[in-house]
Design a protein around this ligand. Sequence first.
Ligand SMILES: Nc1ncnc2c1ncn2[C@@H]1O[C@H](COP(=O)(O)OP(=O)(O)OP(=O)(O)O)[C@@H](O)[C@H]1O
Ligand SMILES: [Mg+2]
Length: 266
Amino acid sequence: MSASSPNSTHANEDNTNHLAIEVENLTVSYGPVPALLDVSLAIPVGQLVGVIGPNGSGKSTLIKAILGFVRPDFGTVRLFGEPADKAKGRVAYVPQRGSVDWDFPITVREVALMGRYGHRAWWRDLKAEDYRLADEALEMVRMSDFASRQIGQLSGGQQQRVFMARAMAQGADILLLDEPFAGVDAATERAILDVLERTKAAGRTLVVVHHDLTTAQEYFDSLVLLKQRLFAFGPPEAVLHPELLCEVYEGALRVFAELQKQEGAD
Ligand SMILES: Nc1ncnc2c1ncn2[C@@H]1O[C@H](COP(=O)(O)OP(=O)(O)OP(=O)(O)O)[C@@H](O)[C@H]1O
Ligand SMILES: [Mg+2]
């Protein structure tokens, strides 16, 4: 199943095939049991894609494999039609919360500036433009007031927004976000969604791991449903099919209850 047609206004008009990410027959194992088994999908440029599936279903592993952080047993990842390692500089990543320990002293603004390091040979080479882009990114996630604060002194949700700013400052064409909405309040969730939508409107491609099935349809153009294997990839209304969810999720009754609640509210 494929998603809708690519965004013709995308900044990267050199992409002859208009596919941002192509994953083919990807199998990744950490031990004897594969975390991902024979996963294939093609994501067009300019899409906002959600990745859903229960805990341990391989969502973070898929993101890490696209980034080249884990080596596949089998299969390939191509970005903009090229082997993934050639396009590394065009990808930004916001890790799953709690996976980064910010014990060392660094300010919020410095974290946002880290998004610019890839563009310069050394941090001393940072230019006025880099500071401007980092500050704009902090503004976007509404964290400007905290710019001089140590990152370790922020709440989890605030740290999450700073990591988003770092990714935004990078100016990457592909953004991979691992559960950016986890544990944030409703206002922050709105702010993050707004940033995702603006980034998409700028022609970028976003892949976002998401847990909340009740908002998945509203937020994303297409959904990837994973549990070791790819169970579905396509428009949210097709992927959020009760039978499919029942097969993939344990505690299916809760899933049904959530969906019914949503339907009742519509
Ligand atoms: N570094 C690792 N070493 C060994 N096993 C791992 C490692 N990382 C993940 N796994 C295993 O691989 C499987 C997939 O993990 P992954 O982190 O991709 O799941 P996930 O869908 O992101 O889960 P969650 O919703 O809890 O974040 C799990 O069974 C997990 O225990
Ligand atoms: Mg995960």
